[in-house]
Design a binder for this molecule. Sequence first.
Ligand SMILES: Nc1ncnc2c1ncn2[C@@H]1O[C@H](COP(=O)(O)OP(=O)(O)OP(=O)(O)O)[C@@H](O)[C@H]1O
Length: 281
Amino acid sequence: MTLPPREVHELLGTGSFSYVFCCHVVGIEDQVAVKVLKQKDMLPGRGREAEFIQGLRHPNLVNVLGIVEEGTLHYVILELCTGGSLQDVIHEQEEDLWAEMPAVERLRAGYDIASALDYIHQQEILHRDIKSGNAFLHTPIVPGCGCPTVKVGDMGFARPVSEFSGMTQGVGTLRYMAPEVLSSGDYGVSADIFSFGILLHEMLSGSIPFSSKNEAALCLAIMGGQRPPFEELLEIGHIGEERLHQAWSILQACWAEDPDTRPTAGQVAEMIQELHSSLCR
Ligand SMILES: Nc1ncnc2c1ncn2[C@@H]1O[C@H](COP(=O)(O)OP(=O)(O)OP(=O)(O)O)[C@@H](O)[C@H]1O
């Protein structure tokens, strides 16, 4: 399938591996994001794996609408998200809209990501790069109107999980990496749960995970059992002591040292939903 861009509107952003443009493409009415890859080998998945990724459909995923190889040009056609990444809105936007976002909405946003993870894990796919830079707001934040739908994107490192062998190649983003990924041992879907725990803490607290550490110190800290601090969670606002501790236990379960004791994405989604409902009462 080829879907050449019909009209290129604007550069949405650049990543380490790509340039992303807002475009109209032949055969799709809505505007899309076209991610032009700097290197061919960064195309998500290969062969059967690419089919896997294109077949994924979930309301909390940046759905992949096409993967195109045309001569020297390699690009991925994605659902367009106009609200920026969570990394942008939490740490980089001047308006500080995230600081105003109520705890209940931050939890809802966390639920969106856990639901997407639950779905891809059920399809036996491991994301391998869960972080705030890879979670996108479908539409921009409108002050006082809650958090727009969050969609998990960037499946560049995603791979199908084989029942019989765990992954051994450590990929992802250091500050979100599970200890077993850093130590290059076998890892599986529970490594995504660890990264999700770090991301959820970032969403609830508004703090950059392990902000002051250099790479070597960061590796040692994570492998030595260090995690983001409880005190930063107090930034979530007044949700009461019991709920604060409930949120803390969800985080601790996700980033447990032993991957086998971490909850599944479905269980995490349920725990977040329970806490969210108690805040809505
Ligand atoms: N679906 C999308 N809709 C709108 N903008 C997008 C979309 N996907 C990516 N972008 C924009 O393009 C930028 C780069 O995308 P992305 O982070 O996925 O690239 P990458 O090459 O995988 O880089 P990195 O590994 O550094 O994150 C994002 O920060 C965002 O601004």
